[in-house]
Design a protein around this ligand. Structure first.
Ligand code: SAH
Length: 217
C-alpha cells in the first residue's frame, strides 16, 4: 500500500512550479491546474522529495526518467485535449503523465515495456483517484484492438514515427511524438487530416529516454 501524504509544504512547492512553467509559455489553464493538483513527489522515491517540484526530469527505476514538468505540460497542451477524449500514452514510466491525462477528464490507455514500471504505476494511480487502463507491451504497435484514439502521446524518443500509431488515430486526431537521435529529438505534432493524409508540425527540441522495441523482461 502506498503512503499518500500531500502536505501544505508540497502544495506550496507545486504552486511555484506552476508559476515557473506558466512563465516558460504554457497557457492551457487545465494543464496548469492538473500540474498544480497532482502530488508529483509520490511518483518518485521518498528520499528525493526536494527534487519533486523543480522543473527537471528525474531518474526513476530501471534507468528511466519521470519527464520534466514543463515537457509534460508542453506535450499535454499540444494534444488539445477535450473531456472524454480517448487517449493512448506510450511509455507509462512513473505514471505521472497518465495521471495528468486522467485529471483532465480523458479516458486513458497507457502502455509500458518494463514490467517493474508497469507494476509501480498500476499500484500507485488508483489510490490517487486515477484509473487509466494499464498495458504491459510494446508501444510501437499501439493498441490495435482498443483504437482508434482521439489523441496519442509518446513519452520516449523515437527514431521514426511508428506507422501503427498513425493508423490508430481517428480522423482529426493528434499524435504528439519526439523524433530524432538518442540525445536530441524534435517534438512532432501530427494530425490525421483524412483517411490517407497527415499534417506535421515541428515544435522545438527535447531529450527523452529512447523508445525501444519489444518487452524488457
Ligand atoms: N510518461 C512517463 C515518462 C517515462 S520515460 C512519466 O510520466 O513518468 C519513457 C518510458 O517509455 C520508459 O518507462 C520506457 O520504459 C518506456 N518505453 C520505451 N519504449 C517503449 C515501448 N516500445 N513501449 C512502451 N513503453 C516504452
Amino acid at each position: 500500500m502506498v503512503q499518500i501524504e500531500d502536505t501544505f509544504m508540497h502544495q506550496g512547492m507545486r504552486r511555484k512550479l506552476v508559476a515557473e512553467i506558466k512563465q516558460k509559455g504554457i497557457t492551457d489553464e487545465r494543464v496548469l491546474e492538473a500540474i498544480g493538483s497532482i502530488p508529483r513527489h509520490l511518483f518518485m522515491d521518498n528520499s528525493f522529495i526536494q527534487y519533486a517540484y523543480i522543473d527537471k526530469a528525474f531518474p526513476i527505476a530501471a534507468k528511466q526518467t519521470i519527464s520534466q514538468p514543463y515537457t509534460v505540460a508542453f506535450q499535454t497542451e499540444s494534444l488539445q485535449l477535450k473531456k472524454f477524449d480517448k487517449v493512448l500514452e506510450v511509455g507509462t514510466g512513473s505514471g505521472y503523465q497518465a495521471a495528468v491525462l486522467c485529471h483532465m477528464g480523458t479516458t486513458v490507455y497507457t502502455i509500458e515495456r518494463i514490467k517493474a514500471l508497469y507494476d509501480f504505476a498500476r499500484n500507485l494511480l488508483p489510490g490517487l483517484g486515477y484509473r487509466p487502463q494499464f498495458f504491459y507491451g510494446d508501444g510501437y504497435l499501439g493498441l490495435p484492438t482498443y483504437g482508434p484514439f482521439d489523441k496519442i502521446i509518446v513519452t520516449a524518443g523515437a527514431s521514426f514515427v511508428p506507422e501503427p500509431l498513425k493508423q490508430q488515430l481517428k480522423i482529426g486526431g493528434i499524435l504528439v511524438i519526439p523524433v530524432g537521435k538518442s540525445d536530441y529529438q524534435i517534438m512532432k505534432i501530427i494530425t490525421r487530416v483524412t483517411e490517407t493524409e497527415y499534417s506535421e508540425e515541428d515544435k522545438g527540441g527535447f531529450v527523452f529516454v529512447p523508445l525501444l522495441t519489444g518487452l524488457s523482461d
